[in-house]
Design a protein. Structure first.
Ligand SMILES: [Zn+2]
Length: 233
């Protein structure tokens, strides 16, 4: 399994916000500001599936720009989209606010939307994804991607919760939200993430969604990811 970390940060750093490309064709989240890097580096051309973990702007705000590139190249196929409930209502609002209703109409024709829910299992090429509802905002999701040989977890944005434990129990590797040093009801902090790393000592941890203040605190304790870094498992 190939995991390209497009962005490793949260919104409060000059690094891009957290998103990934899996096996060159699955885009996991499309944060504000990520589109330029994806476009310039020609990373969007092979994308046939998009997964949105939740509807915060640092996870899907550039989706309309992805659609815009499809319009410009007269794209005629379908893109699979896995996203929380009410996608079309939200996308209608967003494209109305941005005055790009043609974008909405194009998306309606070319996006195959599948609603995420806790426990949903879906296959994309040789990967089986299991969906877990995590503790962040309403309808936020994490995943385990399984290629039959190993399993990679993505916590999504989350605080400590049962679903995170389930993701960790299933994973050989995990990309995990370590947003800051402070305690939060919506994210993991450094101490919580390090405690989980001790509890799940056979799982390899990679910090994502981290602020710059976390960097010295995780040094030599947990692997930090970097924008553009590629992992082959
Ligand atoms: Zn969020």
């Amino acid at each position: 399994m190939k995991i390209e970390v497009v962005g490793s940060g949260n919104s409060w750093t000059k690094r891009l916000s957290t998103s990934y490309i899996i096996d060159d064709h699955i885009l996991l989240d499309l944060p504000q500001g990520s589109f330029k890097t994806l476009f310039v580096n020609k990373k969007l051309e092979k994308i046939d599936t998009v997964i949105i973990t939740h509807y915060h702007s640092d996870h899907w705000a550039d989706f309309h720009l992805f659609i815009e590139t499809l319009i410009h190249k007269n794209f005629s196929k379908k893109i699979k989209l896995f996203a929380p409930e009410d996608f079309w209502t939200r996308y209608d609002y967003l494209t109305s606010a941005l005055n790009i209703k043609d974008n909405f109409e194009f998306a309606k024709k070319h996006i195959l939307y599948s609603q995420l829910c806790n426990g949903k299992i879906f296959k994309i090429a040789n990967l089986k994804f299991t969906t877990y509802k995590v503790l962040h905002i309403e309808n936020s999701f994490g995943f385990v991607a399984d290629n039959g040989i190993l399993r990679v977890g993505f916590s999504g944005d989350t605080a400590i919760c049962d679903s995170l434990q389930k993701i960790l129990k299933k994973s050989n590797h995990i990309f995990i939200d370590v947003s800051s040093a402070e305690l939060s009801k919506k994210h993991l902090n450094v101490n919580q993430a390090l405690n989980l790393k001790k509890e799940f000592e056979n799982v390899k941890f990679y910090a994502v969604h981290y602020s710059d203040s976390v960097i010295p605190l995780l040094r030599n304790k947990m692997q930090l990811t970097h924008d553009g870094e590629i992992f082959i498992f």
